[in-house]
Design a protein around this ligand. Structure first.
Ligand code: PMP
Length: 284
């Protein structure tokens, strides 16, 4: 694929950064993953706004304004062969000549974007849902920031993979936070529940779309803290993310969720989400 690195478009295989880059040494950076449907970035403004929030919080000057980012993203989309893409956008605090924890006096942020074909959920997974495990959320207290320091998320996602599951559902102090790389929704007694945004979870772009669709279609929904026990006895569980969209979790810790099959509300939300995407991509 063709990537963008510090002002230059080049084949990904040829792109080089310094081993003294703080992104490499410290995971000192911010990132976004933006889905592209029919060569149009989906919810671009929201992704760029979230990037700005992360950069401001980690005190890394934003190297581009919204129009600047949009131009680079348009170029990446055009230079790559796929109609549907997944764009990875990364800003690190750049290289320093010494390995100091504190920021370098002269910051030269490294800006990297690349693209790959967007892999949609296989039909069998959509039909059956996926299995998940649970784990204690041992991440730091700024999970609202989309930083490249993802070691905890990597370890937690690997817990799922090691037991043949698709996601790890995280609990902190008896409450649901999110998944290792997704937000989690709960359905109980015909009501959609979502944990409130806080410093303990990423404010998902898909999370917002799901709540907007619930409001638009007058689906009963409540945003409130959700107890671990309420998750374990839920009628439906969903994971959401920009690349997974809305995916039913039909087993948690080897026990079926509800009927053990994707539930009616999840199927409805999936259909609304697909309609919404199509409408937006047509420019409606
Ligand atoms: N939480 C975490 C920890 C994630 O990594 C992701 C995926 N980036 C999400 C939630 C979902 O966010 P989005 O819908 O913006 O992809």
């Amino acid at each position: 694929s063709i990537c963008y690195l510090d002002g230059t478009y080049q084949p990904l295989a040829e792109a080089r950064i310094s081993p003294m880059d703080r992104g490499f040494l410290f995971g000192d950076g911010a990132y976004e993953v933006i889905p592209v449907y029919s060569r149009r970035p989906f919810r671009l403004d929201q992704h760029i706004e979230r990037l700005g929030h992360t950069l401001a919080a980690i005190r890394l000057p934003n190297p581009h304004d919204a129009a600047g980012w949009a131009a680079i993203i348009a170029e990446i989309i055009a230079r790559n062969p796929w109609v549907d893409q997944s764009i990875y956008l990364h800003v690190s605090r750049g290289p320093d000549d010494k390995r100091n924890h504190a920021f370098p006096a002269q910051m030269r942020p490294t800006v990297f974007l690349t693209s790959e074909a967007l892999v949609t959920t296989p039909a069998a997974q959509l039909a059956k849902g996926v299995a998940a495990v649970s784990a204690a959320d041992f991440r730091w207290l700024r999970c609202d920031l989309k930083t490249t320091a993802l070691l905890a998320n990597c370890l937690l996602r690997q817990v799922a993979v090691d037991c043949g599951c698709a996601e790890t559902v995280l609990f902190r102090d008896g409450f649901l936070t999110e998944g290792a790389a997704s937000n989690i929704f709960v359905v109980r007694d015909g009501v959609l529940l979502a944990p409130p945004k806080s410093h303990l979870m990423l404010p998902g772009i898909t999370y917002d779309v799901v709540l907007e669709l619930a409001a638009r279609h007058a689906l009963p929904h409540v945003v409130r803290e959700i107890l671990e026990d309420e998750v374990r006895s839920a009628d439906e569980l969903w994971m959401t993310s920009s690349t997974k969209e809305v995916l039913a979790i039909t087993a948690l810790d080897e026990r079926p969720v509800g009927s053990g099959e994707p539930g009616p509300m999840g199927r409805q939300m999936y259909a609304w989400y697909q309609d919404f995407k199509t409408t937006v991509m047509r420019g409606g």
